[in-house]
Design a binder for this molecule. Structure first.
Ligand code: PLP
Length: 374
């Protein structure tokens, strides 16, 4: 007898699409006959709704999350020769955005509990060139923001949240996006709130940053045909905005499902020799990723793959140790926690439409691996 062949993907965006396909079709159909395919009312509606969701005054739709970070840094005045502090274990876009401004990313190690920036190590990295700190709410867990805001005040720095993992996550009851001077979001398809293509946004309470961003994303124009500065062609397109409006209405429900799956994982894996994700008192974790750590990461991943279970080793190389940052000469000993975790972390499958049975299958196989039933 052959056992049925099981395939559990790391993520599956098609299940969600099937649930909302008619809403999505109607949304797209509200844009295409209008003849208005850039900027326009649908984009403005999404911007208003997303700003309200985040509890801030302004949202500015940008073409993708990387450009949202880039333009937000420019709007904060970052330029050639400046330094921007961020964490060593993040998606490379956080750092590239700094380079795009002609500035230098300065990497701080992560703290061991939540894998967020180690706040205690920020101050010693501040120089006369430092302009901005970018905390990343990594994997969907909010950073302890109060001490960062305090440091920023003391040294007159701006703080930009990289909230690309953490749509809807909260810090002391307040949603990401409203926790600093501005926040950049990616709506890359697999993110907690994802478009059907590339998309992003910056949100802020700061009227000046809002104004600058609207000019920057539209070729330096405040009114058409007058280019105030060398700007960029980086607007969020209205078809994606229409889709995001649909998905925003479902977001809190999907986050609850993510949390339920994470809780089931936590329960079923608790006695195994694995470090499981933790949630601080201050945080409402949205589990963009369910990231575990274990010594035998590579063997476990390989074992699960043989059983039809897909996992991901994202961030297996800390950003400062990537080839592109060789010129900065970081050594693993300078970022010991990030360097260590990079060899241990593994994302188990997690997406809102994953069934309880699938979570149980994954956990059974993880258990089989550790109990030597290989
Ligand atoms: C996804 C992501 C980005 C960039 O988003 P794109 O929309 O893919 O350009 C930035 N920062 C982090 C932490 C991300 O995960």
């Amino acid at each position: 007898m052959h056992k049925p062949i099981i395939r559990i993907p790391a993520e599956d965006l098609t299940r969600q699409y099937q649930q909302i396909r008619w809403e999505v079709a109607a949304a797209i159909d509200s844009v295409l006959p209008s003849g208005k395919y850039t900027l326009g009312p649908v984009l403005e509606q999404f911007e208003q709704e997303f700003a309200t969701y985040c509890g801030v005054k302004h949202a500015i739709g940008i073409s993708n999350g990387t450009e949202a970070l880039h333009l937000a840094l420019l709007a904060m005045g970052v330029g050639a020769g400046d330094e921007v502090i961020t964490q060593a274990n993040t998606y490379v876009a956080t750092a590239f955005a700094v380079n795009y401004c002609g500035a230098t990313p300065v990497f701080v190690d992560i703290e061991p509990t939540y894998s967020n920036i180690d706040v205690k190590q920020i101050e010693k990295k501040i120089t006369s060139k430092t302009k901005v700190i970018i905390p990343v709410h990594i994997y969907g867990h909010t950073v302890d923001m109060d001490p960062i805001i305090e440091i920023a005040k003391k040294y007159n720095l701006k703080v930009l949240e990289d909230a690309s993992h953490a749509h809807g996550a909260t810090y002391k009851g307040r949603r990401t996006g409203g926790l600093a001077d501005a926040a950049a979001f990616s709506f890359y398809p697999s993110k907690v709130l994802g478009a059907y293509g590339d998309a992003g946004a910056v949100v802020t309470n700061d009227d000046q940053i809002n104004h600058r961003l609207r000019v920057l994303r539209y070729m330096g124009q405040e009114v058409k045909h007058t280019h105030l500065e060398i700007g960029y062609q980086q607007r969020l397109d209205p078809v994606q905005a229409a889709i995001l409006r649909v998905k925003l209405r479902h977001l809190d429900g999907w986050i609850e499902k993510r949390r339920r799956i994470a809780a089931l994982y936590n329960h079923l894996l608790q006695d195994l020799p694995i470090d499981l994700p933790k949630e601080a008192d201050w945080a409402y974790h949205v589990y963009y990723l369910y990231t575990i750590r274990c010594q035998e990461r590579d063997e476990l991943a390989e074992y699960l793959a043989l059983k039809g279970i897909e996992t991901q080793k994202i961030y297996h190389t800390p950003v400062p140790l990537q080839p592109c940052y060789r010129y900065l000469n970081y050594r693993p000993e300078e970022i010991p926690v990030a360097a260590d975790y990079a060899t241990k972390l593994l994302n188990l499958p997690l997406f809102p439409e994953m069934t309880e049975e699938e979570v149980e299958i994954v956990c059974d196989q993880v258990r089989n691996f550790f109990e030597g039933k290989r």
